[in-house]
Ligand binder design. Structure first.
Ligand code: ZN
Length: 220
């Protein structure tokens, strides 16, 4: 399959496939804000006496690809396309089937498994940023990825000129979903159906447990 380079910047390279005009985005080494020690602390599966687990494992390649395919159309449409047009060129890419090759250098996608070890709740977290503890969905990460791809600019008051809901507390993920049409707000956990009885509290949405992350690195 042939890939034509349509844009090269100091931070990424964008390719267009000849066959379907989809865009493939390759981040360069410096398109990251990685913190070397940002990782979950509980990465060993241990079944408690009550049959529950609470641990993180690297997300399956299927899940990782799902995130990269969700990020591709957003980054192609809101980062690559305007950059191509800014250079005075016509953008002919097909954004819908676009994809990101790899997450930023040093980032890793984890799946948090919690609850009954036969049927744990599964939540995905993209971890690695020194500024943001974890991104919970491709839609949450997309504007931070845009910031990384566009050179990590800062405002005159020293705050990050990033539109994501963590760097810019003035916006909510709902605002972002409305403005960019990102669709669903977060990557809702999917439970597999089983015949096991559920505890009475199973319908309660639990608050995200961030306390298990390594927080020794600086954050703001
Ligand atoms: Zn951000």
């Amino acid at each position: 399959m042939s890939l034509n380079t349509i844009l090269e910047t100091p931070h990424y390279v964008a390719y267009q496939r000849a066959t379907d005009r989809s865009i493939a985005i390759e981040l360069r080494e410096d398109a990251t804000d990685v913190a070397s020690d940002r990782r979950p602390s509980m990465t060993v599966k241990h079944v408690e006496e009550d049959g529950t687990v609470n641990y993180y494992e690297e997300a399956t390649s299927e899940t990782q690809n799902k995130w990269k395919r969700a990020l591709g159309p957003l980054l192609a449409k809101f980062v690559v396309k305007p950059a191509v047009q800014l250079e005075g060129n016509k953008f002919t890419g097909n954004v819908t089937s676009s994809a990101l090759f790899e997450f930023p250098r040093g980032y890793k996608l984890y799946t948090h498994k919690k609850g009954d070890h036969y049927d744990p709740r599964k939540d995905n977290y993209l971890i690695g940023s020194q500024h943001v503890r974890a991104f919970r969905s491709p839609q949450e990460f997309f504007l931070h990825a845009k910031w990384l791809m566009e050179g990590q600019a800062y405002n005159s008051d020293g705050t990050r000129a990033c539109g994501c809901c963590y760097c810019n507390p003035a916006v909510t993920q709902s605002d972002i979903a409305r403005q960019y049409g990102t669709g669903h707000i977060s990557d809702k956990p999917r439970r597999q159906r089983t015949s096991r009885p559920r505890p009475a509290t199973s319908g309660v949405i639990q608050a995200k447990d961030y306390t298990k992350f390594n927080v020794s690195s600086k954050s703001s």
